[in-house]
Design a protein. Structure first.
Length: 299
């Protein structure tokens, strides 16, 4: 029986049936904004939001996020992409275009710590996370009843050092290719390079420290031993370098000598939940561009 019924919110396809988002990155130079806005104007689009940033103006990179409404977008999308491709090529753009009403599909991976998963499910149920949580995958059975009470499928796939490759094969099987982003909500298994390649810059992890401090396991114990006066959490895209991927969001909280490791973890849990939820929301709203090992976040 579903105990947590998702609060009905106007679906994005109802609110913005013809809204699109474009993300653009390219070598900086004159005329980029003019070319993009002219293209959209000539195709009858109405720009509702535009933001750009130039990294190192002296020959650096240009980044842009633009939202626009275009009548009959669904039927015109493919032609629009084909025609914009010519402009993109002339400016050597990397670009993506998204139909806002096509909700992103999320997979959440969790181990035993539940606070980040609970936060995402709560926000999703409240209508504050406008995405489709397609499934939850865990290497433990603990969260099954809770997740299924939201009507979300739960896949328990145990992982040991000896079975990690087979476990990842099964994970890939249940996740599938139409998942837009995988969220590691305190999932405590290191993801293999082949798995990461499959979902490049589409796996978000929450690390329970203010990176680059205290990489790896037990960061709160490391922080306590170091006598820190600030603890934090970091949401980042997962790469082959453990906890070294592009940082999306961070936050911190002051602590003191009066806090033992257990209290650092308790304080840290709130930071982790908030930071991960912000990062997930920005990803599903197409606000994040990755360049080399850094992000540009248009929030
Ligand atoms: N390839 C990556 N995988 C993962 C990352 C990452 O950045 N790159 N982040 C971790 C999360 N994490 C810290 O935030 C973390 C998780 C697990 C471990 C670890 O040593 N795990 C052991 C098994 C531990 C156990 O069985 O309980 C292991 O996988 O061998 C370190 C850091 C998620 N994955």
């Amino acid at each position: 029986m579903e105990l947590h019924v998702k609060r009905e919110q106007p679906a994005s396809e109802e609110l913005y049936p013809d809204r699109a988002r474009m993300l653009i990155s390219c070598p900086d130079g004159p005329g980029i904004v003019a070319a993009v806005s002219r293209f959209l104007h000539e195709h009858g689009a109405n720009i509702v939001q535009s933001d750009q940033y130039t990294m190192d103006p002296s020959g650096g990179m240009f980044f842009m996020r633009i939202e626009f409404d275009l009548p009959e977008l669904e039927s015109r999308m493919e032609a629009l992409k084909a025609e914009f491709g010519e402009i993109a090529e002339s400016f050597r753009m990397d670009w993506q275009i998204f139909h806002v009403s096509h909700k992103k599909k999320l997979a959440i991976f969790v181990s035993k710590e539940d606070h980040c998963l609970v936060e995402l499910l709560w926000q999703w149920q409240a209508g504050d996370l406008d995405a489709d949580i397609a499934l939850v995958v865990s290497n433990h059975p603990d969260m099954r009843e809770y997740v299924e009470s939201f009507g979300i499928p739960y896949h328990h796939i145990p992982v040991t050092a000896d079975t990690k490759a087979e476990a990842e094969r099964r994970q890939l099987e249940v996740v599938g290719d139409d998942i837009d982003v995988i969220i590691l909500a305190r999932y405590m298994q290191i993801i293999s390079p082949s798995f990461i390649t499959h979902y490049r810059n589409r796996i978000i992890n929450i690390h329970h420290s203010f990176l680059p401090a205290f990489i790896g396991g037990n960061p709160y114990a490391q922080a306590y031993k170091r006598g820190v006066k600030i603890i934090g959490a970091t949401a980042h895209y997962v790469t082959e370098e453990l906890d070294g991927g592009p940082i999306i969001e961070q936050d911190v909280q002051r602590v003191s000598h009066r806090h033992d490791v257990g209290e650092l973890k308790r304080i840290g849990r709130t930071i982790e939940r908030v930071v991960l939820a912000r990062a997930v929301k920005w990803h599903i709203e197409d606000r994040i561009l990755v360049h080399e090992n850094k992000t540009v976040v248009f929030n």
